[in-house]
Unconditional design. Structure first.
Lengths: 138, 126
C-alpha cells in the first residue's frame, strides 16, 4: 500500500504534484481576494474560481498522499477539473458576458499558458500508469 | 518597488531554473553533499533572502504610498512568493531522480512570474 503511495509521488509524479501545488496556491489566493473584496462584481466567475481552487487543493493533497482511497478521490477531482476547464473554457468563449472577470479556466486556461487544460490529462495519465492493479508490474 | 532588486531576483531565479534544468537533463538529483546540489541550494537560499528583503521593502512602500493600489493582492503576492522556494526544495530533496531538480525548475520559474504580477499591481495600466 505504501508502495503504491511512493510510486504515485515519485518520478514524474513528483513534478506533477509540484505543478498542481502551484495551481492550488494561485487559485486559492486569487479566489480569496476576489470573494473577499469584490464578490458582487462577478459572483458566478468568483464562485467558479473558488470551486477550481478547491479542486486543485484536493487533487494536490490526494496525489501526494497516494494511497488507494486518496487516488480514487484524486481521480474524481481531476475528472471534475477536466470537465470544468472544458465547460468553462467553452462557455467563456460562447458567452463572454457571463464571465466579466477571468477565472483560472476561462478560455481553456489561456491566462495560465493553457496549463490548466493539459494538467488534468497528465494527471489522469499518471494515475493510470501507476495503477498497476496487481496484474503486471509496469 | 525597488526595480534593481526585483530585476536581480528575476535573473537569479532564472539562473537557478537553468541550473536545475541542466541537472534534470543530465539526470542528477538535488544532492546537498555534491557541489552541484549544494551550489543550487545556496543560490536558492540567497534568492529566498532577497525575496524576504523585497517583501519587507514592498510592505513599507505599500504603507507609504498614496497611489491607487490593490493592497490585498499586492500583500498576498509579497507573502506568497516567500512560501514557494522552501516547499519546492523540501519536495525536491525527497526525490532521488532527475524529477527532483524538475521540481526546482517549476518553483524557480514561479518567482519571476510573481515578480511580474507584483510590478503590474504596483504600476497599474502599464
Amino acid at each position: 500500500m505504501s508502495d503504491l503511495a511512493a510510486r504515485t509521488r515519485s518520478g514524474p509524479g513528483r513534478l506533477l504534484i509540484a505543478v498542481y501545488a502551484v495551481f492550488a496556491l494561485a487559485a486559492t489566493a486569487r479566489s480569496a481576494v476576489q470573494i473577499g473584496t469584490r464578490f458582487d462584481e462577478a459572483p458566478l466567475a468568483y464562485l467558479l474560481s473558488a470551486f477550481a481552487a478547491v479542486v486543485y487543493v484536493v487533487a494536490t493533497v490526494c496525489l501526494a498522499r497516494g494511497n488507494r482511497t486518496s487516488r480514487l478521490v484524486a481521480t474524481v477531482s481531476i475528472v471534475v477539473e477536466l470537465v470544468g476547464v472544458l465547460a468553462v473554457g467553452t462557455l467563456s468563449i460562447v458567452d463572454p458576458q457571463a464571465f466579466p472577470d477571468a477565472t483560472v479556466w476561462s478560455e481553456f486556461g489561456r491566462g495560465y499558458g493553457f496549463v490548466p487544460l493539459v494538467l488534468p490529462v497528465l494527471g489522469l495519465w499518471w494515475l493510470r500508469s501507476t495503477a498497476g492493479s496487481g496484474r503486471a508490474a509496469p | 518597488m525597488i526595480d534593481l532588486l526585483a530585476t536581480t531576483l528575476t535573473y537569479v531565479a532564472l539562473g537557478a531554473a537553468g541550473w536545475a534544468t541542466v541537472l534534470a537533463v543530465v539526470n542528477r538529483p538535488v544532492l546537498p553533499r555534491r557541489w552541484y546540489g549544494l551550489g543550487l541550494l545556496g543560490v536558492l537560499a540567497a534568492l529566498e533572502l532577497g525575496l524576504l528583503a523585497q517583501t519587507v521593502a514592498g510592505m513599507v512602500a505599500m504603507f507609504n504610498t498614496d497611489r491607487q493600489l490593490d493592497k490585498l493582492s499586492f500583500a498576498g503576492y509579497l507573502i506568497g512568493i516567500l512560501v514557494i522556494l522552501p516547499i519546492a526544495v523540501a519536495w525536491a530533496l525527497a526525490e532521488r531522480s532527475r524529477w527532483g531538480p524538475g521540481v526546482v525548475v517549476i518553483g524557480s520559474l514561479a518567482i519571476p512570474v510573481m515578480i511580474v504580477r507584483l510590478n503590474q499591481l504596483w504600476e497599474p495600466h502599464v
